[in-house]
Ligand binder design. Structure first.
Ligand code: CDP
Length: 230
């Protein structure tokens, strides 16, 4: 079947990454976690001692940074040759990532890289601006949403798995702040593309989310095949 490109956007904790990763596995596609790229950039800023608020310094650093995603079963995130897969999930990175990713020049560099990876098709790409900016002509676009209480519960469980226990009120607050920053920034704000299919995951299991996307994907891939045969 023809290899298509699937874009998945949505706010934090809506289930994008888990779903995107599993859909990619099932289809034998590459999973592209664009949030991980912005997180890696943020990690570099923090460890280099620059302030995330210093746009000029962040942009300068970003020009001299190599970020790659190695998808071999588990997705590995490499920053200048170093494996930062776990380090980029820290609270410090999470707190600063929205600011670092709001800088236009940082985005231009990341988007260029994302387009290179996606050019061959056969990808599931997740983020905030994939269907709107990075791949406006994606074969399939999804926008995942979920109630804030459910998103916070998921994030709390995820954090607790890494040994960080936070009260749910704090998780709600942090998610709201990040959503606000991501959806109100000037460059490529988080928003649903007009032609994206919205999926509310509040009451869905991961398996159900994966199956919904797979059924659309099969339909589109088969449609492409038939068009080519005609
Ligand atoms: O997994 P989680 O929902 O926590 O977020 P993520 O996908 O790892 O993305 C982290 C942050 O990177 C987001 O809150 C955005 O600020 C930024 N981001 C972005 O600006 N554009 C993207 N395409 C992906 C992420």
């Amino acid at each position: 079947m023809k290899k298509i490109l699937i874009a998945i956007d949505g706010p934090a904790g809506s289930g994008k990454s888990t779903t995107a990763r599993l859909v990619a596995r099932r289809l034998g596609y590459v999973y592209v976690d664009t949030g991980a790229m912005y997180r890696a950039m943020t990690y570099k800023v923090l460890t280099s001692g620059a302030s995330p608020a210093d746009e000029a310094a962040v942009v300068k650093l970003s020009r001299d940074t190599r970020i790659s995603l190695v998808d071999g079963g588990e997705l590995k995130v490499m920053l200048d040759g170093q494996d930062v897969t776990e380090a980029i999930r820290s609270e410090e990175v999470t707190k600063s990532v929205s600011l670092v990713s709001s800088y236009n020049e940082v985005r231009v560099l990341m988007v260029e890289k994302q387009r290179q990876i996606g050019a061959a098709g056969g990808c599931v790409v997740d983020g905030r601006d994939i269907g709107t900016v990075v791949f406006p002509h994606a074969d399939l676009k999804f926008y995942m949403v979920a109630d804030i209480a459910e998103r916070a519960r998921r994030r709390q469980v995820e954090l607790s798995g890494t040994g960080v226990d936070l009260p749910v009120e704090q998780v709600v607050q942090e998610l709201k702040e990040r959503d606000f920053k991501d959806s109100t920034r000037e460059t490529s704000p988080l928003k649903k593309a007009d032609d994206a299919i919205e999926i509310d995951t509040t009451n869905l299991t991961i398996d159900e989310q994966v199956e919904i996307i797979l059924s659309y994907a099969r339909e589109v891939a088969v449609g492409h095949e038939e068009m080519q045969r005609k």
